[in-house]
Design a protein around this ligand. Structure first.
Ligand code: PSV
Ligand code: MN
Length: 430
């Protein structure tokens, strides 16, 4: 039997905080009531919010220089599921896990399903990996995968994606996320048009393998590992590809995959408008695809993204069913702590966006009251919604203060004993 943070540990923790939780909730409830907002409605919506945890996020990440593994790291996908279960037990915000293949490949998929079910987790979108060569792979992705000049390499990449769909079907997933690292490092190295043609032809074959109730999420990224051009570099390329592929293809927005200072919330609004928003890979960044914790650098930008999402949900925008996933690399923190905090920050941005007085905002926008409109969203953003989040967690069986509860439980020390270091130094990033 491995160590678990049991419901009674959480209940004891919550009992110790009970007076403060109720007090703070009451005070915020009165503040919001003056603004004609019912705090109970907000709590209900926060309780219904869920974001998938990436299986690759629970291990320590790294940069291209080094990786500094922590102790008690997950050694395999079953340990990863256990950590995801812990994150869910404490936050109640992360009911699903987004697997990555072949990293999470096992022969016994039933065991995987059962392990997830035992943690009350379901499987979200499956991610394919054609950005690395696997052991024993005879053809290489060094010069690309789905857009490679060699048909045989393209076929290998197509096969891998089709296999991911098969695996996902058995796990209960409903979507495949495709991010390709294809691109070029030198001006002139690649024919930019032909590379796109080859990608579309290959993706059409992946698309043809989607079950009726599945979607494929196209994930664009400006650069890295290709540094001169990238085949699916931006939302325009992604959108055009999704249009050409068909209605099951949509565009996934990884918050770190844009040019500096680009207006991501406007991209989100555009994709919603044209019914092509697949969902998100949430993270935060200062310079590029930094994969820092959601809300840790630019919480206002995160809020503005959620402002668009709440706006779309309120007007019941056609085709609006975004999938929420986290995609981060935890280099200097305990990944379980980072993922819990990130999930909380996503809930925070969501709750703040729910506080926007939409009628007042519309009135200000329509009368060209620029500052008045800005103040409407600023008032929502500057409201401390922590009591709402704490109450949502408490009511759904989570911990009022997940990181405090986690640290007090000494979960990581227990895992350090249970999961002895393998001694295998793994370089590189996730
Ligand atoms: C690429 O940088 C990316 O964002 C894609 O989602 C990958 O699947 C993921 O990171 C993990 O490396
Ligand atoms: Mn991503």
């Amino acid at each position: 039997m491995t160590y678990r943070i049991t419901p009674d540990i959480v209940a004891d923790h919550n009992a110790r905080h009970a007076t403060a939780t109720a007090d703070d909730y009451g005070a915020l409830g009165r503040t919001l009531a003056r603004r004609h907002i019912d705090i109970e409605t907000i709590v209900g919506k926060v309780m219904a919010f869920g974001v998938a945890v990436p299986s690759w996020g629970v291990g320590t990440g790294g940069t291209r220089f080094a990786r500094f593994p922590g102790t008690g790291e997950p050694r395999n996908v079953f340990d990863k599921i256990e950590d995801c279960g812990t994150i869910y037990a404490l936050t109640r915000a992360t009911p699903a896990i987004s697997p990555h293949f072949p990293w999470d490949k096992v022969s016994d998929l039933r065991a995987l399903r059962e392990a997830a079910a035992a943690e009350n987790l379901t499987f979200d979108a499956v991610n394919s990996n054609t950005f690395q060569d696997q052991a024993g792979q005879t053809l290489s992705y060094k010069f690309g995968s789905l857009s490679h000049t060699d048909k045989a390499v393209r076929s290998l990449a197509i096969e891998h994606n089709l296999e991911c769909i098969q695996t996902g079907k058995e796990l209960g997933s409903k979507a495949l996320t495709v991010w390709i690292a294809d691109g070029s490092n030198f001006a002139g190295q690649s024919n930019l048009t032909k590379a796109m043609d080859r990608y579309l032809e290959a993706m059409a074959q992946v698309y043809a393998g989607l079950p009726a109730d599945w979607q494929v999420f196209l994930e664009h990224k400006l650069y890295e590992p290709a540094f001169y051009s990238t085949v699916i570099s931006d939302w325009g390329s992604s959108f055009a590809a999704a249009l050409e592929l068909g209605p099951k293809a949509k565009c996934l927005v990884d918050l770190g995959h844009h040019a500096p200072n680009v207006n991501i919330e406007q991209i989100v609004a555009r994709l919603i408008r044209f019914k092509k928003l697949a969902g998100f890979h949430f993270n935060d960044s200062k310079y590029g695809d930094d994969d820092l914790d959601a809300g840790s650098v630019e919480p206002f930008r995160l809020f503005l993204v959620f402002n668009e999402l709440v706006d779309a949900a309120n007007r019941k925008a056609d085709g609006f069913t975004p999938a929420y996933m986290i995609d981060q690399s935890h280099n200097v923190t305990d990944p379980v702590e980072s993922l819990m905090q990130s999930a909380i920050e996503l809930q925070r941005a969501y709750a703040q966006a729910l506080l926007v007085d939409r009628a007042a905002l519309t009135a200000a926008q329509d009368s060209n009251d620029a500052l008045g409109a800005h103040l409407e969203i600023k008032q929502a953003f500057t409201t401390d919604v922590s009591p709402v989040l704490a109450m949502a967690r408490q009511r759904s069986g989570g911990a009022v203060s997940p990181i405090e509860c986690y640290r007090a439980s000494c979960y990581r020390s227990h895992k350090t004993k249970e999961r002895p270091a393998s001694g295998v130094a793994s370089a590189g990033i996730v």
